[in-house]
Design a protein around this ligand. Structure first.
Ligand SMILES: O=C(O)[C@H]1O[C@H](OP(=O)(O)OP(=O)(O)OC[C@H]2O[C@@H](n3ccc(=O)[nH]c3=O)[C@H](O)[C@@H]2O)[C@H](O)[C@@H](O)[C@H]1O
Length: 428
């Protein structure tokens, strides 16, 4: 794991990189030419202390706790300072992710205190996550701690440093199809990690409000459209969907037992600049530009596959409105003091577009004809159709999506061409 906090960049990461013949002990010994036993022993002791503090390997997930640890703590505290006393102070998990980076920047820009947390895992190109950190978060003044939501010690440390009023929990193992490749990663992040976060959140005082990302995939095989929060969600089509649904049930139990105020937002296929390379619109763009064939799924009986593609700025507005409209948690120190708010809200675009149409928009924007292969949708967790009913989002959050797919993809393509051409890095 590479150190991402600039102040910690020069600390050796692995003991194996340390060359004994150039150790501080050797250096001091050589320079001082000590001949008596007592000073030698003192020197050995001092050297041992030095080696212990500076060269002990960090835990794989927690920030490096070295003699300089106060530096990262100070960064956390200063990033958490809101512009005005009444403004929210938000811990954003998954802050180097697609939605997380945009949301953290938007919160900071409007004057909230914001601290990011992200484990920079290699599910997709880590350099894109690092670029989001450098070009979005650092520029906006959001400090990001490299760590994992499964690290309870780190979470408690963060809550000890800052009285977070809200957690915007966006850290997750995303992607529908990858769940067949690495099922355990979904349980680890979306179930274990979420429980770990809620355990810490319920026990601190004051308890923060939790706003978190669920998914349209919980509707699974539901065929009643548009999808309303009242529709059944007990037929997941993928393990990803099952873990998001589990998250909703877990959230309910923590709300019920401990008085945590929790809002789950069901995101519908979010896309836009700085997006995720594992998503179809993103890798279709890469493959069309590289003149590689792309597979367009269709359902049995030539049924068109479609998604309610939702532009990132609309989703971010929904996240911020969820923070602003959430009622406070009622518990303290792990004890419920009264009923707390529990919400589940769709954040979609309300106008599904077929994958065929998505591709034709990309062809127009990229000025390249795609090499299309129409294939039967594999049994890999995909569902044929999503369509959000956002009546509740409008009522609760004042949510009104404003970006159609053509406009949103135009912004994505502009970013994509600048980012990858600018980096002269066309393959990943
Ligand atoms: O809202 C969600 O809950 C999820 O949204 C997203 O999943 P999806 O809606 O499946 O998006 P994405 O993979 O971009 O496929 C888009 C379309 O292209 C079709 N598709 C896909 C691949 C391919 O090769 N061909 C193809 O036609 C495919 O069948 C689909 O119709 C997030 O990844 C997920 O993390 C979760 O947040």
């Amino acid at each position: 794991m590479s150190p991402l906090n600039p102040i910690l960049d020069n600390i050796p990461t692995t003991p194996g990189k340390f060359k004994p013949e150039k150790s501080p002990l050797h250096f001091l010994h050589h320079r001082l030419r000590l001949h008596t036993t007592l000073p030698k022993l003192t020197l050995v002791f001092l050297a041992f202390i030095f080696l212990f503090f500076f060269l002990s390997p960090p835990s794989p997930t927690a920030p490096r706790r070295t003699l300089r640890s106060t530096s990262w703590e100070n960064h956390v505290k200063s990033s958490a300072k809101p512009r005005s006393r009444a403004a929210p102070i938000v811990l954003v998990t998954g802050a180097a992710g697609f939605v997380g980076s945009h949301a953290a920047v938007a919160l900071k820009r409007r004057g909230n205190g914001v601290v990011g947390l992200d484990n920079f895992n290699p599910y997709y190109d880590v350099s894109l996550k690092k670029a989001r950190k450098l070009q979005l978060l650092d520029r906006a003044g959001v400090f990001i701690v490299e760590g994992d939501i499964n690290d309870a010690v780190l979470l408690r440390k963060l809550f000890g440093l800052v009285k977070f009023s809200h957690v915007l929990h966006l850290a997750a193992q995303a992607g529908v199809r990858y769940a067949m490749v690495n099922p355990n990663s979904y349980v680890e992040s979306n179930v274990d990690g979420f429980v770990n976060l809620l355990e810490v959140a319920k026990s601190v005082n004051p308890q923060p409000v939790i706003v978190w990302a669920s998914s349209s995939s919980v509707y699974g095989l539901n065929s009643k459209v548009p999808f309303s929060e009242k529709d059944r969600t007990d037929q997941p089509a993928s393990l990803y969907a099952a873990t998001k649904k589990a998250g909703e049930e877990i959230a309910h139990s923590y709300n019920h037992i401990y008085g945590l105020s929790i809002t789950g937002l069901r995101f519908f296929t979010v896309y836009g600049p700085w997006g995720r390379p594992d998503m179809a619109y993103f890798f279709f763009t890469r493959d069309i530009l590289k003149r590689r064939p792309i597979s367009i799924y269709e359902g049995a009986g030539h049924v068109t596959v479609a998604r309610d593609f939702t532009y990132i700025d609309d989703v971010v507005k929904g996240c911020l409105a969820a923070i602003d409209t959430a009622k406070k948690s009622t518990g303290s120190g792990g004890k419920k003091k009264g009923e707390a708010q529990f919400r589940i809200i769709n954040l979609g675009n309300t106008s599904p577009v077929s994958v065929n149409k998505l591709v034709s928009i990309l062809e127009k924007l990229l000025k390249v004809k795609a090499k299309k292969k129409v294939v039967l949708m594999p049994r890999n967790g995909d569902v044929p159709f999503t369509h959000a009913n956002v009546t509740l989002a409008r009522k609760e959050l004042g949510y009104r999506p404003t970006t159609d797919l053509e406009t949103g993809l135009g912004k994505f393509v502009k970013w994509y061409l600048e980012f990858y051409d600018g980096k002269k890095k066309s393959s990943w």
